[in-house]
Design a protein around this ligand. Structure first.
Ligand SMILES: CC(=O)N[C@@H]1[C@@H](O)[C@H](O)[C@@H](COP(=O)(O)O)O[C@@H]1O
Length: 350
């Protein structure tokens, strides 16, 4: 099911399946699309956020680096500085805002953008003002460009949103750290070390795709040890995630998966006919199983898939109940299949 193009009743079916597996809050990511389609998708899905079915919308673009599109539609990437881009962002913010309610009611919770682009500062200002977190990602930024963007944010915070708050503050998160950005080089460090330093200071959170294919499991564990409270494990899922072999859509682009052939590498969705990774290979319950199988202690793994990512949501959308899994304490693994008990929000102890 492709959030960007599916009718609302298919979205509801997919959410029911995720909730059955123990996922309690879902942020729908919309990829870079032709501007009218993106606006239409926000208009279609925002009511699901207002009614509480979705926890929010994340727009992955369209203000991305043309050099780091990855699986995002390069044709639909826009320069943030143009009048057309300004009008589009204003319309998106408007489409995500309900008739009643403050910035906390905005359906869009985050937008991925490349902070080195000309006009990025305007995007950041507009997003913060609307209660939307700017998420650096799909970026070709140098370390200096990335750090400059973080400094710019300092003057743009609104109450409860921005840098340097308490541990439960709503902070921006880097969109899938390591993927779709320059890697670390000792003479050209790129955004990764700057992001990790900011995360260690408590000024930023970092998303990781923990499917065993996007980032080496040892690197995931290193990041969890370095900045344990800042890691948001995300599925980066698409219609092709956990799906049978076939061709699917990710908004405007065709992607494919070879399904579960027993060779884990073949299971990652890729751009059709190309080697480019296109989305996560497992949904969030699968990511938790991976973390535990790699030996990540339960007390690091569980917050990274639950309470830490929840902190990127407005506080009114964080209470998510509690899920008890059939887990094998001796082997540190959880049993496949649905959780043993899903305790609804508001129940004693949640
Ligand atoms: C939805 C989305 O955009 N997902 C990105 C994809 O675009 C990128 O190609 C891939 C690998 O990036 P990498 O080759 O830089 O590691 O990571 C994520 O799957």
């Amino acid at each position: 099911m492709d959030f960007a193009t599916a009718p609302v009743h298919h979205v509801r079916d997919a959410l029911r399946e995720l909730f059955r597996r123990g996922v309690t809050r879902v942020v729908a990511s919309l990829p870079t699309l032709p501007a009218p389609d993106l606006l239409a998708a926000v208009r279609r899905l925002a009511p699901l956020v207002w009614e509480g079915s979705l926890a929010g919308l994340h727009l992955e673009g369209p203000f991305l680096s043309r050099h780091r599109c990855g699986a995002q539609s390069a044709e639909d990437v826009l320069e943030p500085g143009s009048d057309r881009s300004r009008r589009l962002l204003e319309s998106l913010v408007q489409a995500g805002r309900p008739d009643h309610g403050g910035p906390d009611a905005q359906a869009i919770v985050a937008m991925t953008y490349a902070p080195e682009l000309e006009g990025a500062e305007w995007v950041e200002r507009a997003l913060f003002a609307a209660g939307i977190l700017p998420s650096p990602g799909h970026t070709d930024a140098t370390e200096a460009e990335f750090s400059t963007a973080l400094q710019r944010w300092t003057g743009m915070q609104t109450p409860g949103l921005g840098l340097g708050g308490t541990g439960r503050h709503r902070l921006p998160a880097v969109t899938h750290l390591f993927n779709a950005m320059p890697g670390f080089h000792h003479r050209a460090p790129g955004p990764v070390p700057a992001a990790l330093r900011a995360a260690a200071r408590g000024d930023l959170r970092v998303e990781l795709v923990a499917d065993g294919l996007h980032v080496d499991p040892d690197v995931i564990q290193d990041v969890l040890r370095l900045v344990p409270g800042a890691v948001c494990v995300v599925s980066d899922a698409s219609a092709a995630t956990d799906a049978p072999a076939g061709t699917y859509t990710l908004g405007a682009v065709a992607i494919e998966t070879t399904g579960n052939t027993g060779n884990q590498n073949s299971r990652a969705p890729r751009l059709a006919g190309q080697p480019t990774l296109a989305s996560g290979a497992v949904s969030l319950d699968g990511a938790l199983r991976h973390l535990l199988a790699w030996g990540v202690p339960l007390e690091l793994a569980v917050p990274a898939v639950s309470t830490t990512p929840a902190l990127t949501l407005p506080s009114t959308r964080r209470a998510s109940g509690w899920v008890e899994w059939d887990w094998d304490a001796e082997n540190g693994t959880i049993a496949p299949g649905p959780p043993a008990v899903v305790v609804p929000p508001g129940a004693p102890g949640t």
